[in-house]
Design a protein around this ligand. Structure first.
Ligand SMILES: C[S@@+](CC[C@H](N)C(=O)[O-])C[C@H]1O[C@@H](n2cnc3c(N)ncnc32)[C@H](O)[C@@H]1O
Length: 330
């Protein structure tokens, strides 16, 4: 075989690079877990960071160099500090903090570590458990992860692709931290919202709503979709990341959404969606492997089958493998 003239050399290099991606994520996770980013609020030498975090100085420098290459830390001579991006995403006091994402990914790490066994047996519990201190905080990390995702581009993308100027009351079903409600209320001044979720999640939503000064316009309503109706009288209703494919009880949730909306009410669905050939894109394919995902066509059909009209894919983010679908309750 001629190893000099390969037809797929570009794709081969790209695939090799993909094989190594886990290293960069671990840099972020280690920096976060060791509280290195918090130590970098002001410029610090390697020795100062190592001392503040009680970590090895030689490895500290290497970690910091890797952080520079990720664009979250900058270096001036022998001093390191957070870049603007690092400050916005990696300091706990920032409204866009992604600490929840990094904690959540530590938990998910163990599912992916056990993927071979999970695929072999078809059992999710064939994967190893995360370290106890992470597993115990699973719910908290998960919900704050949703906030980190929503507040760093996804919520803005949803708001850009919706026109809710003539809507007045949004029900955010399984609204999690409520960040999408916050962003939509920020964009549409006439809108009020109700975040509907389990009590444990609402405790976090309450913090988020307060943090963004939205108490006057966003209220919380506790409910369990396995038992409760969603209420009634809403002119728009958001279901973000709660219709994850065939095992998500989508028909039951959509029937309740139908009853909660007034005639003419707008249903908004945001979720991972596979392409209709079910060949990708990668983020949707990976989510499907871990949890489940509909294809675009399947999502439109399940919404039509629930009685909604004018069901359409209004935007699709192929890099994220996520789509935004709207429909009208006749
Ligand atoms: C993947 S999160 C989505 C959060 C938010 N909508 C988003 O897109 O960021 C799923 C949400 O569903 C909520 N949830 C799970 N089971 C529920 C149930 N039985 N009744 C009501 N909410 C539930 C969780 O608390 C969580 O907030």
């Amino acid at each position: 075989m001629d190893l000099l003239n390969l037809e797929d050399i570009g794709e081969a290099l790209e695939l090799l690079e993909t094989c190594w991606q886990f290293r960069a994520v671990r840099v972020l996770m280690a920096g976060h877990q060791l509280r290195v980013f918090e130590a970098l609020r002001t410029p610090q030498s390697v020795q100062q960071v190592a001392q503040k975090c009680s970590i090895d100085p030689k490895m500290t420098e290497r970690l910091l160099i890797a952080c520079c290459s990720l664009g979250i830390v900058q270096r001036e001579g022998n001093e390191f500090s957070l870049t603007n991006l690092g400050q916005n995403l990696l300091l706990p006091e920032s409204p866009r903090f992604i600490g929840g994402i990094l904690g959540h990914y530590e938990n998910l790490w163990w599912f992916w570590t056990g993927l071979t066994e999970v695929v072999k047996t078809g059992r999710r519990d064939a994967a190893p458990s995360p370290p106890k201190e992470f597993e115990e905080r699973w719910h908290e990390f998960w919900i704050w992860a949703m906030h980190g995702i929503a507040s760093n581009g996804v919520g803005q993308w949803i708001a850009e692709n919706l026109d809710l100027r003539d809507r007045s009351l949004l029900l955010d079903v399984g609204g999690g931290p409520g960040t999408y409600s916050v962003i939509l209320c920020q964009k549409f001044p006439n809108l009020k919202a109700v975040i509907w979720d389990l009590p444990r999640t609402l405790a976090i939503a309450e913090e988020v709503v307060k943090k963004f000064g939205m108490e006057e316009r966003i209220t919380l309503q506790s409910g369990d979709w396995n038992k409760d109706e969603f209420g009634s009288g809403y002119d728009c209703l958001l279901m973000s990341n709660i219709l994850h494919g065939h095992e998500s009880q989508a028909s039951m949730k959509l029937a309740k959404a139908f009853r909660a909306l007034e005639p003419g009410g707008l249903l908004i669905v945001h979720d991972f969606l596979l392409n209709d050939e079910k060949t990708g894109p990668l983020p949707a394919a990976l989510f499907n492997l871990m949890v489940g995902a509909y294809s675009v066509r399947e999502m439109l059909t399940v919404i039509e089958d629930a009685g909604f009209h004018d069901v359409r894919l209004v935007a699709y983010h192929s890099k994220r493998g996520a789509g935004l679908v709207t429909a009208v309750r006749p």
